[in-house]
Design a protein around this ligand. Structure first.
Ligand SMILES: *[C@@H]1O[C@H](CO)[C@@H](O)[C@H](O)[C@H]1NC(C)=O
Ligand SMILES: *[C@@H]1O[C@H](CO)[C@@H](O)[C@H](O)[C@H]1NC(C)=O
Length: 480
């Protein structure tokens, strides 16, 4: 469906120039970039952020409200959801992936300059011929969740988001196929970077969230069927939504014991001394090393949310809360250093995160990227476009960024680092992105876990530095 918003967008584009747009003229500004080192916007990543954050708000409404962060959380969810709405250009056409990985990963110049120095980004679609059930189901779930979260603030927006969610779910279930089989070159970029283990878990979560948002019985039955058809998993993350589905369904369908039974065996992998998940010396869960800091907080959030259920045995609930708090305490500094940027002791200074690095700040002149050698570095310049076939800005940015000559120039408050070593040591080379690269999806876990603990301890508004986080007025945007 082409809406008035799209037409307005097209007009804005004509007036302002470089607003990224898709094949149908849809506005593809906004939303979330995939990760610290990437300007890609990928359908499932873009959906996971609002999907997970909104779910945490249903788990811990008082945690957010008491800390004064509920409106900010709604803002983050709506920001992500508005991008998904723009991406849904027609009933069976959804923008599934934007950007070329080779080109995006080569650009280490500040993202503010990306539009200027990068070629037009490729854009790919999920269609009837090339469906991507994981991506469209995630988008359906995110929009259903956002609709519910924003309903009181903005009923009109919420109704529209829910209508899109219902249609996207229809698309995902009527044309069931994984994005791994797509023939669209831009969606293949996403398939190359994020291998899917199947789409039934995404369909199950979307059905569960639509059941929560609409109360329609059919969604409940679908959720159970897709849940049964999803393989078990060791982790909750993008592409693995079975644990989150179980938490949601354990509350929506409490008399059905299968969700609690599944969760107990899921949690046991972490909680049991004989469990399958390895832990660092200090006790952070490491299912596998890449981006491992997200998993402890994810299990913390799931355990605390599930543990609030009336059916859960109090001793077991205490065990879940203890484990969750231990994981969060690790992140905040209990093992000698904080892993959350801007908070606590010795937090990470070398991140594979381009926006907070902002390489251009020490350059002589933005228009003269081959200016003087960067003081104190081995910058080899001059590098010419002829030699590398890449804009000079990109080349200089890469040397600067990968050289690890300077710590991050801005403090990206609240950014969760990638992963510690098994002995709890920290990697400080940006080249080792499996340890040092934060992503929006990793970060959702710690946000949810902190909301859970804030609710449990009844903490009030943040009272340290950064008071202004409680004082931003988001209401105009929420009502838009
Ligand atoms: C949030 O807290 C305020 C009091 O601080 C209360 O009036 C309001 O009802 C709460 N809202 C929600 C959604 O819990
Ligand atoms: C991505 O960019 C590289 C380098 O410019 C090019 O070789 C490749 O064909 C592009 N891939 C797609 C899917 O457009």
């Amino acid at each position: 469906m082409l809406t008035a918003a799209h037409c307005c967008t097209l007009l804005c584009r004509l007036v302002h120039g470089a607003v990224p747009a898709g094949k149908y003229g849809e506005d593809l500004s906004g939303g979330y970039y995939e990760s610290g080192g990437s300007s890609l916007k990928m359908g499932a990543v873009s959906a996971y952020v609002p999907l997970f954050l909104a779910t945490t708000a249903f788990c811990f409404p008082e945690g957010y409200n008491n800390t004064g962060l509920l409106d900010e959380l709604k803002f983050k969810v709506k920001w992500g959801a508005d991008f998904l709405l723009n991406s849904h250009v027609d009933d069976y056409v959804y923008m599934g992936s934007m950007g070329n990985d080779t080109e995006a990963f080569d650009n280490y110049a500040p993202l503010e300059l990306f539009e200027k120095y990068s070629p037009d980004r490729i854009v790919g679609y999920c269609t009837k011929d090339d469906p991507c059930s994981e991506i469209t189901a995630d988008a359906a779930a995110a929009l259903a969740a956002a609709s519910l979260l924003l309903k009181a603030d903005n009923p009109q927006w919420a109704a529209n988001a829910l209508a899109h969610a219902v249609q996207l779910y229809k698309f995902a279930t009527e044309h069931q196929r994984s994005y791994m089989d797509t023939s669209d070159p831009a969606v293949q970029v996403f398939a190359y970077l994020y291998e899917s283990t199947g789409f039934k878990d995404e369909l199950g979560f979307a059905a569960a969230m639509l059941y929560k948002a609409t109360g329609e019985e059919q969604y409940k039955q679908d959720a159970e069927q897709f849940f049964d058809e999803s393989p078990d998993t060791q982790t909750q993350e993008l592409g693995e939504l079975k644990p989150l589905t179980a938490v949601l369904m354990s509350q929506l369908d409490p008399s059905n014991s299968k969700y609690g039974d599944y969760l107990q065996s899921f949690f046991e992998q972490y909680l049991s001394l004989k469990g399958e998940i390895k832990h660092t010396k200090c006790g952070l869960a490491i299912p596998y090393h890449w981006g491992a800091l997200t998993h402890g907080p994810n299990v913390a959030m799931l355990g605390m949310c599930y543990g609030k259920g009336a059916n859960v045995d109090p001793d077991y609930r205490a065990r879940l809360f203890n484990y969750g708090q231990h994981q969060v305490d690790y992140v905040l500094g209990d093992c000698g250093r904080s892993w959350l940027v801007g908070f606590g002791k010795d937090y990470p200074q070398y991140l594979h995160q381009i926006p907070s690095y902002n390489s251009i700040l020490v350059w002589k002149d933005e228009t003269d990227p081959l200016g003087d050698r960067i003081a104190g570095t081995n910058y080899p310049g001059p590098i010419t476009t002829e030699k590398t076939d890449r804009p000079q800005m990109w080349q200089k940015g890469m040397v600067d960024f990968y050289g690890n000559y300077f710590p991050q120039r801005h403090i990206a408050y609240g950014t969760l680092f990638g992963a510690p070593l098994m002995d709890d040591g920290m990697v400080t080379s940006r080249r080792d992105y499996t340890y040092t690269e934060p992503t929006v999806i990793y970060n959702t876990a710690i946000v949810g876990a902190l909301a859970g603990l804030a609710e449990y301890y009844g903490a009030g508004p943040w009272s340290g530095e950064l008071q202004e986080v409680n004082q931003v007025d988001y209401s105009a945007y929420l009502k838009q």
